[in-house]
Design a protein around this ligand. Structure first.
Ligand SMILES: Cc1ccc(CCc2c3nc[nH]c3cc3c(=O)[nH]c(N)nc23)cc1
Ligand SMILES: [Zn+2]
Length: 378
């Protein structure tokens, strides 16, 4: 095991990481002001200070540890000062577990209709009211300090895919300068600031980005610029280049990933933390996640199927309701139908990462991965 080395600043600290086999998989414990959490972990996405269709009580019940929220959205509405006046994001949304906020960079580039990026930061138009807005490292860090998350992210540019080498190089170098500015602007003790590795799909730029950010010494590292439409083998190749350069005793967060097959591969490379909108998003169009792939509950095939979505699932939906009932609700546009599919999908991913942690601790992760991939059709 690699014991936790004393960290200058806090808090997203690594207590222990258990290596397993020749893979880089590890089971760790993440220390934050709101508790100590087990990794590998899946973090439900709560973009606008709510995980869509489920309550904090239900999140706690299904084993959620850390949830994500979005600086970009909350900055535009209701405003991060307002949230600060409300006592911070934990109080505002009544969540006493961990919270991680993204810096807004990604959302500006993926949501903002108009955008102009300069050394200073990113100008964009609000997707809410079309007003001209501006985000910089300093503004993004101040906003995240106002929200009061346990883990905040440096302001970065998520390089689009595909991108020319030259653009990727210049953008990655700027993201590193923005990381340094983020660090200088971050004055809230007890809050961990993670840097975000970029580099596009270029091995050498990935290595430069990782090395530069490691020498700036952050308590944890996001791996960005992936899950942006690139083929999965390319994503895995970038992980192979990047993860080994990151300190073993610090958490690694692969941003925006993903489906169970991606999770099991990323854990093998040594990733600890995941987020993705997938489980909540597909739930809203009646798709349930299972260990053998997706199940479209809305399909006519399930009209008279009185079995649960998954007989072996411990979630509230599978313990109490049938596919026929959930299909009926979805067809009738009943909100409860969305709630049940969302509850199931979140539980599925939370439970899946728990099972991976158990496999790592029992030194059988590689066979767990084999069995899972054999059964799961993408
Ligand atoms: C609430 C919330 C939603 C989404 C996210 C992650 C959003 C996300 C990515 N999603 C897919 N690929 C991604 C890449 C990046 C990236 O390079 N940088 C940042 N800051 N975020 C990313 C964080 C928080
Ligand atoms: Zn279930």
């Amino acid at each position: 095991t690699c014991a936790f080395a004393g960290q200058k600043k806090v808090l997203a600290a690594y207590e222990e990481a258990v290596k397993c086999g020749y893979s880089g998989a590890r089971a760790g414990r993440l220390h934050t002001p709101h508790g100590v959490f087990d990794t590998p972990m899946f973090m439900p996405v709560g973009t606008q200070a709510t995980v869509k269709a489920v309550s904090p009580r239900e999140l706690k019940e299904m084993g959620a540890q850390i949830i994500l929220s979005n600086t970009y959205h909350l900055y535009l509405r209701p405003g991060t000062e307002l949230v600060a006046e409300a006592g911070g994001l934990h109080r505002f949304m009544d969540w006493d577990g961990g919270i991680l906020t993204d810096s807004g960079g990604f959302q500006v580039f993926s949501l903002g209709p108009l955008r102009k990026i300069t050394e200073e930061g990113a100008a964009f138009r609000s997707h809410i009211d079309g007003s001209t807005q501006f985000l910089s490292p300093e503004i993004a860090i101040k906003a995240q300090m106002n929200l009061g998350a346990d883990i905040i992210m440096a302001f970065d540019e998520c390089i689009p895919y595909p991108a020319e080498y030259q653009y990727a190089k210049l953008s990655t170098e700027r993201t590193t300068r923005w990381a340094e500015r983020s660090q200088k602007a971050h004055t809230r003790s007890g809050q961990a600031l993670f840097a975000i590795v970029q580099g596009g799909m270029y091995q050498d730029l990935r290595r430069v980005s990782a090395n530069d950010l490691v020498s700036l010494d952050f308590p944890g590292y996001g791996i960005g610029g992936l899950s942006v439409g690139e083929p999965k083998p390319v994503m895995y190749e970038m992980l192979e280049q990047t993860v080994p350069l990151l300190p073993e005793n610090k958490p690694r967060y692969l941003m925006g990933v993903g489906t169970p097959d991606c999770l099991v591969e990323a854990v093998r490379y040594g990733i600890d933390m995941f987020d993705c909108v997938f489980p909540t998003r597909v739930a809203r169009n009646g798709t349930a996640m299972t260990k053998s792939g997706r199940l479209v509950v809305k399909n006519a095939a399930y009209a008279k199927d009185f079995l649960p979505i998954d007989e072996n699932c411990g979630c509230y939906a599978c313990q109490n309701f049938s596919r026929a009932y959930i299909r009926h609700l979805l067809k009738a546009d009943e909100i409860f139908g969305l709630r049940l599919t969302t509850i199931h999908n979140l539980y599925f991913l939370l439970d899946f990462t728990k099972k991976m942690r158990q496999a790592i601790l029992e030194d059988r992760f590689l066979s767990f991965r084999e069995e899972f991939l054999a059964q799961y059709c993408k």
